[in-house]
Design a protein around this ligand. Structure first.
Ligand SMILES: [Zn+2]
Ligand SMILES: [Zn+2]
Length: 459
């Protein structure tokens, strides 16, 4: 037991040491402004160039290598399949308990940490990555409550002048079984639509495997949230106003990160994702997201694997339970549905002749993470992180029609020899028409048929 505590502490130490230091790479890295500039400065065929400091990547990767060795040394190896079965049983028991006893059964989910102790740190990191988004949602929803109540109040006053009974009915939507079934059915239809419209087709057996496993690994997380919140009523006026505000405030989350002194979400995710792939830590949690080779839209989920979801579920449910019939979970925010669609698109292996339908990652940057497993860790729009740390796939050249390359600065800086060695230039330029950006899948298929066992360049 103590070995799990020690290993968890070491992972947290690494995380807290490096996650605040990304400003060392470039002055606009920590805030995420560089990710935006990278897109705006490559329009109309122009090449964008960014001077980066390479020392941080060397420090990070060297320490990461030591951490990997420590995990192997500290933690007993474990077989994945028995752990998966136990985790699924815990998930099933959790849902049954929530349906039977309501939100008081939320602590039943803690059994996960008895089955997979190293999933605790994965849940913590996932929660920290999502904190900015969740806080933005609660603030927006609270403001919407005020706006919606002001509108309803004004309407009631006007109504009293016109027709006294006209404004007494305030529509609400109850989170009941019909609502949940309709929500899950639409979610499934969105996945099917993406598969039919843009994915590389797979055999029936493979399709069914992804469909069933995607439900167990991902959809059951939503079912836990809905079961814990069964019966809450969502004020339609608040829902509409907060939904509209959330669409109108796309830049709010980075500001919340700034207020919390957090780095940009893409940096949090990159660090979290690298750490989730640590030996044994991976088996306890994130491997569920990689269990099936390659990816279909059904594999997209809110938290990648079910063993990363515990604190995210608390973040979704506890505020609603504390303010019943006033707040509602972020999952039901229309902006979040659009996010879910993009996440499904990330998990679609887009066929070369069907690009453009899903509007996200049609160059298969993340889909390739599911065949390489140890490369392409970042979000698509922040792919420069993988190129900077050297964790891009062996045949990954870029994303969104842009080619990335990292090399030494041509004009060596004046000063100490180390400074010259540290000066790097990231070049980003649009792809020449007619050429393919990422060849991982094609090359893997050629070499291994359907086995697709290639390895990435990275850690
Ligand atoms: Zn992964
Ligand atoms: Zn994935």
């Amino acid at each position: 037991m103590l070995c799990y505590v020690e290993a968890t502490w070491k992972v947290l130490q690494f995380y807290s040491k490096y996650v605040w230091q990304f400003g060392r790479i470039h002055e606009h890295f920590y805030s995420g402004l560089l990710f935006v500039r990278l897109y705006t400065e490559t329009v109309e065929g122009a090449e964008a160039r960014f001077d980066l400091n390479g020392q941080f990547a060397r420090d990070f990767n060297a320490d990461f290598g030591r951490l990997e060795a420590q995990m192997r040394q500290l933690l007993p190896p474990c077989r994945f399949e028995p752990l998966l079965v136990k985790s699924l049983l815990v998930r099933l028991l959790w849902i049954v308990a929530l349906v039977r006893f309501g939100p008081w059964a939320l602590p039943v989910g803690l059994l996960q940490f008895a089955v997979a102790p190293m999933s605790f740190v994965c849940c913590l990191l996932n929660c920290f990555s999502n904190l900015g988004g969740a806080l933005t949602h609660w603030v927006v929803t609270f403001l919407s409550v005020l706006v919606a109540k002001a509108i309803v109040g004004a309407a009631a006053i006007c109504g009293r002048l016109v027709a006294p009974t006209a404004w007494q009915v305030r529509p609400v939507v109850e989170l009941n079984l019909q609502f949940v079934l309709a929500f899950l059915a639409i979610d499934l239809l969105a996945s099917l639509l993406l598969y039919v419209a843009s994915a590389e087709k797979v055999g029936l057996a493979c399709f069914c495997k992804h469909l069933v496993f995607g439900f167990l690994n991902g959809t059951t997380t939503l079912i836990v949230v809905f079961a814990a919140l069964a019966g809450i009523q969502i004020d339609v006026a608040v829902w509409v106003v907060s939904g509209a505000l959330a669409f109108k405030l796309p830049h709010a989350v980075p500001w919340v990160h700034y207020l919390l002194s957090q780095p940009h979400a893409a940096i949090l995710y990159y660090c979290e994702h690298r750490l989730q792939h640590l030996p044994v830590v991976y088996t306890h949690s994130h491997k569920m997201h990689h269990y099936l080779h390659d990816t279909l839209p059904f594999d997209a989920s809110k938290t990648n694997s079910m063993n990363e979801a515990f604190f995210w579920i608390l973040l979704e449910t506890l505020p609603c339970l504390l303010a019943p019939n006033l707040l509602y979970p972020t999952t039901l925010l229309p902006a979040a549905w659009y996010g879910d669609w993009l996440e499904k698109a990330n998990h679609t292996r887009t066929a070369e002749d069907r690009k453009g339908f899903e509007q996200q990652d049609s160059d298969n940057f993340h889909a390739d993470h599911h065949i390489l497993h140890t490369a392409n860790f970042s979000f698509g729009y922040s792919a420069c992180l993988d190129f900077y740390f050297g964790t891009e796939g062996r045949h990954t050249r870029g994303i969104d029609g842009k080619v990335y390359s990292l090399g030494p600065a041509e004009e060596k800086s004046k000063g100490a020899e180390e400074d010259k060695r540290d000066a790097l230039v990231l070049r980003v330029h649009p792809l020449r028409e007619g050429s393919r950006l990422n060849d991982n899948y094609v090359r893997a298929t050629k070499c291994h048929g359907n086995a697709l066992k290639t390895s990435g360049r990275g850690s």
